[in-house]
Every structure is written in C-alpha cells, then in structure tokens.
Write a protein that binds this ligand. Sequence first.
Ligand SMILES: CC(C)(COP(=O)(O)OP(=O)(O)OC[C@H]1O[C@@H](n2cnc3c(N)ncnc32)[C@H](O)[C@@H]1OP(=O)(O)O)[C@@H](O)C(=O)NCCC(=O)NCCS
Length: 170
Amino acid sequence: MIVIRQYHEDDACTVGRLIADTYSEYNLSCFPPEEVGKFLGPFRHAHSSDPAQQAEIARMIDSEMVFVAEEDGEIVGVLRGRKERLASLFVRGDHHRQGVGRMLVQRFEDESRTLGVRVIRISATVYAVPFYRAMGYQRSTGLRRAWSFDGHGLPVQPMKKKLSGTDSNS
Ligand SMILES: CC(C)(COP(=O)(O)OP(=O)(O)OC[C@H]1O[C@@H](n2cnc3c(N)ncnc32)[C@H](O)[C@@H]1OP(=O)(O)O)[C@@H](O)C(=O)NCCC(=O)NCCS
C-alpha cells in the first residue's frame, strides 16, 4: 500500500538518489553524458557517502512542502513545492503508472487549498506533460528552454491549474 507522508531530513540520502536516478533516466537522457552532471548539480553526487555532498543535497531538497510516497517503508516518490508552485516530482521508474504521482499531487493540492492557494504553476518536463494534463493542468505558454543548475536547454512546458473549491472572486 502506498502511503504519502511528510519528508524528514533522514530521508535525504534516499530521496537524493531517487531524484538523481529518475531525472537522469527520464529527463536528461537526450543530453550527452558529459553534460548530464551540469543539469544534476549537487545531485550528481547522490551516490557518494561524502557527508558534505550529502548535506548539500539535503539543503537542495528542503522546501516549504516536501512529501514522499512510501511502499512498505521504502520511498518510491517525492514531490517538492511551495506556495503556488509545484517545484519537482519524481516517481521511481519501477513504480510508474501505479498512481503514485497522482497521490503526491493530490496531497500537494490539498495542502495548497488549506493555505488559500487558488492557482498552482509548474514548469513541467516534456516527459511529464501527459501526466499533468491527466491531473487537470493546462499549458500556460509555449515550450521554454530552462536552466537546471549549470545546465541550460532543458525543454520545459509551463502549466497551471486553478484549484477547485477555492474562492474565484478574491
Ligand atoms: C511524471 C511522473 C511523476 C508520473 O508519475 P506516475 O506515478 O507514473 O503517474 P500516475 O501513475 O499517478 O499517472 C496518473 C495518470 O497520468 C497519466 N500518465 C502518467 N504517466 C504517463 C505517461 N508516461 N504517458 C502518458 N500518460 C501518463 C495517465 O493518465 C495516468 O493514469 P493511468 O495510468 O490510469 O492511465 C513520473 O513518470 C516520473 O517520475 N517521471 C520522470 C520525472 C519527471 O518528468 N517528473 C516531472 C518533473 S516536473
């Protein structure tokens, strides 16, 4: 059974590896191997046990809202966000299409509603556009090229969703 819970700093090492591996495989595979490290920034050291590198990764993961998806005590997905912005979402490849991403986004939207947020914005990876469309997000502009740490040129699709159950007049 999948459980969504708040992220704790103890999760940083596992979450850092999940982000590095999923990002490399699904979003960065179009870049030459020597470029991939630039896009990963500190996450390129996710499999290192160096305490300074792990501390830097923990700082990067930290955000106003971070949720993890757990199955039998194992972390299989992570969502990071803040008020009005879903910053990143990664589900481990062997758990894709099992509803994990949907559960994480629903939790983030529920928390956002309690904060009075009306619109959530994201810069979606091209890979994730069909997922976000299925979640009710719409394209807000054309495709953009974005920075990711020291890497530039990652295609992203700005998208947004108006949350239901929020007051549209204020
Ligand atoms: C995008 C991502 C988070 C989706 O997570 P997921 O747990 O596989 O998604 P879900 O199983 O909750 O999918 C919900 C619905 O979204 C749609 N969907 C999800 N992945 C899809 C895909 N690859 N192609 C088409 N539709 C997709 C489907 O309608 C799906 O429902 P269904 O399986 O009943 O048909 C995951 O693929 C991922 O981690 N990708 C790599 C990292 C990434 O690009 N993250 C986004 C950064 S902004």
